[in-house]
Design a binder for this molecule. Sequence first.
Ligand code: SF4
Length: 402
Amino acid sequence: MDTKAFKRSLQQSENYHRKGFGHQAEIATQLQSEYQSSLIQEIRNKNYTLQRGNVTIHLAQAFGFCWGVERAVAMAYETRKHFPTERIWITNEIIHNPSVNQRMLEMKVEFIPVEGGKKDFFVVNSGDVVILPAFGASVQEMQLLNEKSCKIVDTTCPWVSKVWNAVEKHKKIDYTSIIHGKYKHEETVATSSFAGKYLIVLNMQQAEYVVNYILNGGNREEFLAKFSKACSPGFDPDKDLERVGIANQTTMLKSETEQMGKIFERTMMTKYGPTELNQHFQSFNTICDATQERQDAMLDLVEQNLDLMIVIGGFNSSNTTQLQQIALERGIPSYHIDRETRILSGNRIEHRELNGDLKITENWLPDGEIVVGITSGASTPDIVVEDVIEKIVELKATAVVV
Ligand code: SF4
């Protein structure tokens, strides 16, 4: 399929909407009351620090809702207002945050059901409204919805669209897109649907495996087995790694994407020589500013003398996991939770480990004076952060009384 031509014709369709419906002012107050927090504003005004009883909170200087997420949530609210009676669907969680997604359900914005790991679009009828989330949707899904004559409201973040443009460019010049990301993540699924030949590389360990194959060859079957779910159909590692371009899932750790770009650039330079480099390697900085800012703020925060960290964000939120990784790498006791109810009674906390497992840790809140670092991922509303801070302060106050 000519994905670029399809996208262009879709954008000209009267059923396609990507700029909102002019109800911004009306929904602004509603969004503010549902997601903003006066406590968080107070902490911002006090140089990102709060002192309550024997608890000192240091908040990261960039955290929470990013521009792309705010825009997507606002567009979803606007969609409900603009189509008050139509059935409204969303192809996936609007963003990776349970409270926002719960709110969508309350507003009768329904999720496409998933049967046996596959989305069942049978439920969607002509004339229904379908929202595409901030991290986008695959071109096949867009095509299907277009054929069904649905009204499509596309909230895809422009940063994600920028990556799609990059892989389109690789395809045009017959380069393989090396996508730094998680092959199952919806954004990467969408990005790979616009790519021609692609290979999805999760981390530096995999990148090193690939560059070693480029330089020295290797076991082709092993290569194909390793990337069986992470490459384009018919991918041939002996032919399709001669010309590569870099792209990424926008929420991956920036330093790792850069490292990955460098290792591929060096490899192509070694194999083909500096004068031929441009014929074999295309770099592209596609990491979004929001991810970058939150990671930089986290790096500053972990330099402070913290007793523990709380990282708040959806359990399937990639950028939140990256923030948690930074804290753990510094050896700081850090707990990734998605809402304040994960803080259980009796000094217990239920949190997500880096490998995705849920764990309950006992005695996580130390006695006496404590300094707690707090941050949240790009899909977390301020109100959720406020709830967590209030719960910690309340627990500590109760402990003092006892
Ligand atoms: S994290 Fe970045 S790419 Fe993702 S929605 Fe926010 S601004 Fe867009």
